[in-house]
Design a protein around this ligand. Structure first.
Ligand SMILES: [Zn+2]
Length: 328
């Protein structure tokens, strides 16, 4: 995949291409941004561009070097993945030794540290030394979704590039281009949370089931007579189900937006959930101002979610706030 084929993150790509053209690419780089927004993809393309036999600022994807890197069989490009959530001292030592050697087959050595926040304290010191004085023809690219978990000394030695999630309109357009129906693209873009990879991983049948469950909870939330139903659903979710909670909140938000659209006499073709049109029309419990207030609560909860790991508390607050809107 060449830079032009990677979706989103135009700024990061521009900086990298410019640095390649001017042969001023820093030896130590940090790609920071959420999961599934293209950090690894971009690092691999960068590795290809550095070693490509045809182009200087992009990957041709056709030459021997580009193809070998893509398949993970190029001796000078190495991905380092932590076994059991910890990058070990042995892995960093190997990196250090290899970085000091001249490239075997290509022009530059590239080391990609996946989930670099998993560098343990013992290996961090060793890594720090390589980042401090990187061998001239070696590049080290650290990838992380949690830059704040990295030692500040490590961060300060790298040129950081931020990778951001895509806007959902952008994601929706890409999904449509890839052949998804318009209504599918809309919901997948919402649930993907700005990540193309996550959107593509979602299973459409499973979404339908999840939507059914979410609708029942949504009705309980709005009518106020399903407190236990709603709170039980979120009080018992394991920690790993944070993503599921976020997706449910996104679904709630999509239901509320649809109700608002219908309430204001909008075009039903614009519904996020056209399959639920009958139920949405039958619902009609809240006036437009109340729906707006409800929507604001969902947005608030979604914004709060990454910071607040106590989901049941968040769910309880959401339930009580919507109760107040209902009783105004
Ligand atoms: Zn090439």
């Amino acid at each position: 995949m060449a830079f032009k084929d990677i979706e989103g993150n135009e700024r990061a790509k521009r900086i990298l291409k410019l640095a390649l053209e001017r042969e001023r690419l820093p030896n130590s780089l940090l790609f920071a941004g959420p999961e599934g927004v293209g950090k690894r993809r971009t690092a691999l393309t960068l590795a290809k561009a550095l070693n490509c036999r045809q182009l200087t600022a992009d990957s041709c994807d056709a030459c021997e070097a580009c193809r070998a890197i893509e398949d993970g069989r190029f001796p000078d490009v190495m991905e380092i993945v932590a076994p059991a959530k910890e990058i070990t001292i042995e892995q960093v030592r190997l990196l250090k030794q290899m970085a000091a050697l001249r490239p075997l087959a290509g022009k530059r050595r590239v080391f990609i540290l996946v989930d670099a926040e998993n560098v343990n304290p013992a290996s961090a010191n060793s890594l720090l030394k390589v980042l401090e004085e990187p061998p001239p023809r070696s590049h080290i690219i650290l990838l992380t979704a949690s830059p704040f978990l990295l030692l500040p000394t490590i961060r300060s030695r790298c040129r950081t590039l931020s990778f951001a999630a895509m806007a959902s309109e952008e994601l929706e357009r890409i999904l449509r281009d890839r052949g998804f129906r318009e209504d599918q693209a809309r919901i997948l873009a919402l649930l993907g949370g700005g990540s193309l990879r996550r959107a593509l991983e979602l299973d459409w049948d499973e979404i339908q089931e999840r939507k059914e469950r979410a609708w029942i909870l949504f009705e309980a939330l709005l009518s106020g007579d399903g407190a236990s139903l709603f709170l039980d659903a979120f009080g018992t979710l394991p920690k790993s189900a944070l993503e599921e909670f976020r997706e449910t909140l996104e679904l709630f938000s999509s239901f509320a937006r649809d109700l608002l659209l219908l309430g204001l006499g909008g075009d039903a073709r614009l519904l996020l959930n056209p399959d639920l049109e009958d139920r949405l029309r039958a619902s009609g419990r809240f006036s437009a101002p109340r729906l707006l207030a409800v929507l604001a609560e969902f947005d608030l909860a979604l914004a709060e979610l990454p910071r607040n790991l106590n989901k049941s508390l968040l769910a309880a607050a959401l339930f009580s706030n919507i109760g107040e809107i209902r009783n105004v």
